[in-house]
Ligand binder design. Sequence first.
Ligand SMILES: Nc1ncnc2c1ncn2[C@@H]1O[C@H](COP(=O)(O)OP(=O)(O)OP(=O)(O)O)[C@@H](O)[C@H]1O
Ligand SMILES: [Zn+2]
Ligand SMILES: [Zn+2]
Length: 793
Amino acid sequence: MYASIIVSVSASDVNKVFEYKIPDGLTDFIAVGHRVLVPFGPRQIQGYVIDIKNEVGYDPSKIKPITRALDVKPVLTAELIKLAKDLADYYVTSYISVIETILPAALKSKSKKMLSLSEDSTEQTEVIWHGMNLPPKIEVKTLSARQLAELKPLIRRGEVEEETIITQHTKKKYARALKPTFIPRGDFGRAYKQLELLDFIEQYDEHVLQSEVIDNGYTQGTINELVKKGYVEKVDVVSGRDPYKSRVFEEDLPKELNAEQQNAYDKISHSVDHDLAETFLLHGVTGSGKTEVYLQVIQKVLDKERTALMLVPEIALTPQMVNRFKARFGDDVAVLHSGLSHGEKYDEWLKVKNQQAGVVVGARSSVFAPVENLGVIIIDEEHETTYKQQDRPMYHATEVAKYRSKYYNCPVILGSATPSLESFARSERGVYTRLELNHRAVTKTLPETKTVDMSEEHRKGNTSIVSEALREAINLRIGRGEQTVLLLNRRGYANFQICQSCGHVPNCPNCDISLTYHKMQHSLLCHYCGYEAGVTRECDNCDSDDVTFRGTGTEKVEETLRDMFNVDIVRMDNDTTSRKGMHEKLLNTFENEKIPILLGTQMIAKGLDYPNVTLVGVLNADTMLNLPDFRANEKTYQLLTQVAGRAGRHELSGEVIFQTYNPEHYAIELAESNDYAAFYEKELAFRRLARYSPYYFHVLFTVSHEQVKKCLEATTHIHKELVDSVTDKAIIVGPSPSPIERINRQYRFQILLKYKSEPNLIDVLHKINEYYNERYKKDKLSLKIDVDPKYIM
Ligand SMILES: Nc1ncnc2c1ncn2[C@@H]1O[C@H](COP(=O)(O)OP(=O)(O)OP(=O)(O)O)[C@@H](O)[C@H]1O
Ligand SMILES: [Zn+2]
Ligand SMILES: [Zn+2]
């Protein structure tokens, strides 16, 4: 018997399937989906069995045998193997890169090369070995060059053995536990505490965690006494790592659905009942109770003994969502959290794989969760760009979800208050079934929204970042004990440093971008590569000492607000939330301590559902408008609508204020009037004119290298390939420098291909990719082929 195997080598020129013989002892054991160790050139590497067959097309004596199996049960199913193949094709990447994206990092191989004395070693060799003070087994990379040179001939003669050991990232986590020995009790004298503790521990047949004993008020000293006397033994037990374990969730019962929710639920139910792979676009205004629909559909799926996959843009940003799922379904929920360690992720993955969880909640990569028997896949906030991976494989979770839904014949639900233009267009054409929730579930009405023209405000003499209207509104909330959410989409203190005499702005030496001033560190930082420079009093360019800071970031606004209102403020941006668990901590503080103001970057715009928030202010609604990307308007509309949606979601009604320098821009005007349909029409007209998605599909090629010359050479070649192979209906834009011309010392050039229908496109893309592998990869030139890109930057 033979196995077809994909080997774990990252270079895509080995994007090939290799054949190995299954050793006789393993023929009943090795199955499709197993990880195995195989000889590959001089090395032993990890591979994945994707097929098993009785014969091979060439001389079987040339085929090497599999060294050993790495799993007891296969880690991949036939479905996931096929999925990996198709995605690798579509997104022009290697099979192995998709397989290793599907599996948790803990299952990826890490190999170590070890040396040891072989059985044939001579006495002389042993003397050399021991003379170097080497242990029986030594890792090659720990040897010095001299040692290695001395050992080389011995390795060649076979006196020293070389062996590759595959180590796994996963380490089982152990916890200290106490185990009763149940030996007859002697006299405890007056050691009542010890007696009491022994009673406590003897309630457990197996063992009890030491942490639990201590939580119950016993001390380490008392424990040690019992151990010394032999009544108790200390043991290490493998602990599950469920990070939500210690938390108590208040049980949440299904709510009675309103008419719109009921209609949506019924339509989706129909698909579930009839095993239809239908894609729904659940377009519901903010606070309309989309989540309640998800929860009840999932309940239905569970009742049919099928499983559910629930994707959210980012778990850390949506602690409330996770809590609602835990509260409704309890232990039946596995949370695949990006903040988990490799080991913790692996535990959750296993829980899903072993079918111990009916509901999987997670971010983008959870779309690959090893669930079987799927009943529904839900993608909340479907318009979010985080669903597209920006590294290879550059897949979009929605595409993967649709693919899996076809395999399992189950519906996909895409939910959003601000659907992506592409999804809405599909619902217009009937490719997706649209379901509308036009009213809020509790308040029924959306918050009252108004726009303040900041140029006007300046003319009136108010140069502060807070307009008169917003200031009054905040004061009103403070007086009433209600809360305000303020969005400023820019972190740091001042935006940049500028010389008032010559206009010089310090740039990052590695990237084509100005440095941002951070007051806490008192330094200038590059947000792209992390470059840090000290702040100088004199201009680098003209030596004038007339340098100042312009623009405002969250750090500075926090200060301004404190001076202005004299209240506590919670600030959330990348700087305050970089430590694990900080998102949730800050949000809890804001909620529980009723802090008057939450100030943050776009991370505060979505998912929050706090009854006491009645005012939302956007300090600068224009930041997204200036992005060098054709989706700038769409992103502006989405961000404003989402953040506005945080106000007045419950009994108290809400108010929203947008501050802008472009009060007449349609993205801002229509966000103000909350008119998605009108925005869609307007934006669609622009896209048609400019020939962008959803009228055209896109492929973006980005080439980067230290030298401009190399970038030009490679993009010119790609351009020629494209011209030769696509139809004349396709449009090729470029080559041109990317909007950010240099990041991290690498120049960047791009070509944008726009097309409607190109039957041979996938072949052309693979051809270009292979040419690059042969010709440019060794030059350290990087080529990214982004199919259906979400950014054109
Ligand atoms: N049928 C219902 N009866 C009573 N309350 C409901 C009902 N449906 C939802 N709610 C409540 O309405 C509030 C808003 O609902 P939810 O958070 O699900 O909205 P959403 O559409 O997901 O919002 P967003 O897109 O803004 O995050 C929640 O507090 C929820 O508990
Ligand atoms: Zn100057
Ligand atoms: Zn930089």
